[in-house]
Design a protein around this ligand. Structure first.
Ligand code: ZN
Ligand code: ZN
Length: 351
């Protein structure tokens, strides 16, 4: 905040508010100043907020709207030294245009200043406790995926299978799902972000399953591909290439390296097998309270990997009209390299 000459910062993004305060409600607004910080929420969360936030962090219950409460509390939060024209930062990628106008109308004497990534950068490096939560989610995912494979049979539809997987995740203790589960089979496995359809599985299909559990608020994210029946040679070969690309990318992971180099390693390996033009998405992303967060692991990323980052490594190759393979694991960036925390076997299993 000092670097950006901000006398106060307003966080409205639930994942950032949760990270900074522990508050898990859907409507919380955190004001941070040099001496004072406080959480603005409404009557529904009065008790929950007091239980969740640390002692000493005031909870301000708003009656007429959170913007009005923020406006009323701002002078105290900014402190005495703040004069006219002091900067108040807000998350430019989270505050709507309308909210910004209303904040400016309510407190015109300060300089409202959109900032991006201030809390997200803090969030990207995980504490041991955060890594443990992601690890718990990953292990839960490993177990549930294994138990679910009995259901993957000819005639079952993608949508039924996705629903079954979600149900089993919840039964096993996952806090909902980390994101909309993908089950895509046959030619549809070549759609990297397919939503599960009513298409029944057929003998010979590649079946791509991409899903995540959630534990203590933290997400896992894993993709595996199976074959219904004995795989044909092109399916084996496609899977082998992607697995090799993933291995190459995993081997590049270490603190200090450019994230783009991890993406590059996967791309190089696929290039050697003539598949690079079939890999159209980035090789990974950070995971944590959100399923996509910093750092970005793409060709254009300007991020560097740092110790404590938790990222996915997920190259893929998609052959239009035939089928696709993606293999995705979650890894912690450690001084010695990648610690893979998703444990499910990666080979192409025949179901
Ligand atoms: Zn995924
Ligand atoms: Zn992912």
């Amino acid at each position: 905040m000092a670097e950006r000459e901000l006398a106060a910062f307003l966080s409205v993004h639930p994942a950032n508010v949760r990270y900074l305060t522990g508050f898990t409600g859907s409507s919380g607004f955190l004001l941070v100043g040099p001496e004072v910080a406080g959480l603005v929420t409404d009557f529904r969360y009065r008790e929950q907020a007091s239980e969740e936030v640390p002692d000493g962090l005031p909870v301000w219950i708003h009656g007429d709207g959170w913007r009005e409460e923020v406006a009323a509390r701002l002078p105290d939060v900014m402190g005495e030294d703040a004069g006219d024209g002091s900067g108040v930062g807000f998350e430019s990628d989270r505050v709507t245009v309308r909210d910004r106008e209303r904040l400016e109308d309510a407190v015109p004497e300060v300089r409202w200043s959109g900032v991006s990534g201030l809390v997200e950068e803090l969030r990207s490096r995980k504490s041991d406790d955060e890594v443990e939560r992601i690890r718990r989610a990953a292990r839960l995912g490993d177990r549930v995926l294994e138990s679910f494979l009995d259901e993957v049979v000819e005639g079952a539809t993608e949508a039924e299978l996705a629903a079954e997987l979600d149900y089993r995740l919840r039964l096993a203790g996952s806090e909902g799902v980390a994101f909309e589960t993908i089950v895509a089979a046959g030619p549809r496995s070549a759609l990297p972000h397919a939503s599960p359809s009513g298409r029944p599985l057929r003998e010979g299909d590649l079946v791509l399953v991409d899903f995540g559990a959630r534990s203590g608020g933290y997400c896992s994210d894993m993709t595996r591909v199976f074959c219904l029946g004995a795989p044909e040679e092109w399916q084996r070969s496609l899977h082998r290439s992607v697995l090799r690309a993933q291995q190459a990318a995993l081997e590049r992971v270490e603190p200090g390296i450019e994230a783009a180099a991890v993406d590059g390693a996967a791309r190089e390996a696929l290039e050697e097998d003539g598949l690079v033009e079939h890999f159209g998405h980035s090789a990974g992303h950070g995971i944590g309270l959100e399923v996509h967060e910093e750092p970005s692991v793409s060709a254009r990323s300007e991020d560097r990997l740092r110790e404590g980052h938790v990222i996915t490594v997920e190259p893929g190759a998609y052959l239009e009209g035939r089928g696709g393979v993606r293999i995705e694991d979650d890894v912690v960036v450690r001084p010695g390299g990648a610690e893979v925390i998703t444990g499910f076997p990666r080979e192409l299993r025949e179901l």
